[in-house]
Design a binder for this molecule. Structure first.
Ligand code: UDP
Ligand code: MN
Length: 394
């Protein structure tokens, strides 16, 4: 009897130990499976939430113009004005972004009565802690520009910034060059004012959260970390496209942006590499805050994909000091202080250089007696064709 009982006992003990060992061994796998299912569950839950938000529309974020009329009108300019607080009381978080048809620039102007000539603004009741210039590379995207201005002006006012908006418009029809236009924007904006931060801003990206402050960090900042077109995630670690913020010192440390990326692609990655070659690193806001909606569009005429971009990118380490802010060449065609922005139309030339033009008849020889110093000129006048192009875009 006793021996049978102890047999059972040993059998149970043996089975028990086996069960414990099996449980321990499968713990890892079990854990993985459970988290996998939890993740699937969460995903469906968030997709349902997103779909719900999408259908209700207005439920996502506040009106970008909400509460702005609380601010007094016009800068009082007195010396006794206090500094603005570190965090603006007008910052509220998510902003509702949509693109209604029928919006006009006149409407944007009417909604922004405190913005002055050239697209400049200072908080009316306190001295801003930051001076930020927005640089927008542009050609043929007036429709996008209108929406960007509609959202950006109140967005920046909510942050109590002293700011100015510069649109750098590429003249002519030659292949687009985003990065070179940024170099022009940097130099021309700094010529006008001692900006302490420059935001390099695609025309079609609308910020969706006003906690994404348009001020600079101690290192170059990539602000457009979460765009709708990439599922509100960073597409890859070194991505530096869309919207980025640099101080003048950061910009010069990396020799600005490259001038030789003609057409679509590559230049933003080159800029990202320059940041580290200049001894700096990329900072970013959180995914929750650095959110942007991109106005949908096709690839533009005159901005074909640049097939050389990968070869060029492979050489950034050798080229960044030879090409950039220290070599940028351009001619200003016009500078206009419009009610909502400063428009700088610029001839940035072609891949072959600034003054390479179709061959024309050789100019007549100057008379021999003319003194040599009379031939020295100031900046060359823009060719008539460029002036015409410029007129049609305003
Ligand atoms: N851009 C422009 N006109 C053009 C091509 C580009 O104004 O014909 C400017 C505009 O600011 C745009 C930016 O360059 O947002 C980047 O180009 P794109 O939008 O084609 O790039 P992606 O959508 O791929 O980021
Ligand atoms: Mn785009």
């Amino acid at each position: 009897m006793f021996s049978i009982q102890s047999k059972w006992r040993y059998l149970f003990m043996f089975l028990g130990i086996q069960l414990v060992v099996m449980a321990l061994l499968s713990r890892e796998g079990y854990h993985k499976r459970v988290t996998y299912f939890i993740r699937i569950f969460r995903k469906t839950e968030s997709t349902v939430l997103m779909a719900r938000n999408h259908t209700t529309g207005a439920a996502v974020g506040a009106d970008v113009y909400a509460n702005l009329s609380r601010m007094s009108k016009g800068h009082n300019g007195g010396d006794d004005m206090p500094f603005c607080p570190k965090t603006s009381p007008y910052i509220g978080g998510p902003i509702h972004v949509s693109f209604p048809s029928g919006l006009t620039l006149a409407e944007v102007q009417r909604k922004n009565p405190t913005v002055v000539r050239g697209g400049r603004y200072r908080p009316p009741d306190c001295e801003a802690l930051h001076r930020t210039a927005i640089i927008i590379p542009h050609r043929n995207r007036e429709h996008h520009l209108k929406f960007l201005l509609y959202y950006l002006h109140p967005f920046l006012q909510r942050q109590q910034l002293n700011y100015g908006i510069y649109v750098i418009h590429q003249a002519g029809n030659y292949t687009f060059n985003r990065a070179k236009l940024m170099n022009v924007g940097f130099r021309e904006a700094m010529r006008e004012e001692d900006w302490d931060c420059l935001f390099f801003h695609d025309v079609d990206l609308i910020p969706e959260d006003d906690r994404n402050t348009y001020t600079c960090d101690s290192n170059p900042k990539h602000a457009a970390i979460a765009m709708d077109k990439f599922g509100y995630k960073l597409p890859y670690k070194m991505y530096f496209g869309g919207v980025s913020a640099l101080t003048p010192l950061h910009y010069l440390k990396m020799n600005g942006f490259p001038n030789n990326y003609w057409g679509w692609g590559g230049e933003d990655d080159d800029i990202g590499v320059r940041v580290s070659l200049g001894g700096m690193y990329i900072t970013r806001p959180s995914l929750k805050v650095g959110r942007y909606k991109m106005i949908k569009h096709k690839l533009d005429k005159g901005n074909d994909v640049n097939p050389k971009r990968f070869n060029m990118l492979a050489k950034t380490r050798q080229t960044w000091k030879l090409d950039g802010m220290n070599t940028v060449e351009y001619e200003i065609v016009s500078r206009e202080y419009l009610p909502l922005y400063t428009n700088i139309t610029v001839n940035i030339g072609t891949e072959a250089g600034l003054h390479v033009r179709p061959p024309t008849a050789p100019p007549p020889k100057p008379p021999a007696e003319k003194p040599a110093n009379k031939t020295a000129k100031g900046p060359a006048n823009p060719p008539a064709k460029l002036k015409e192009d410029h007129k049609t875009t305003q």
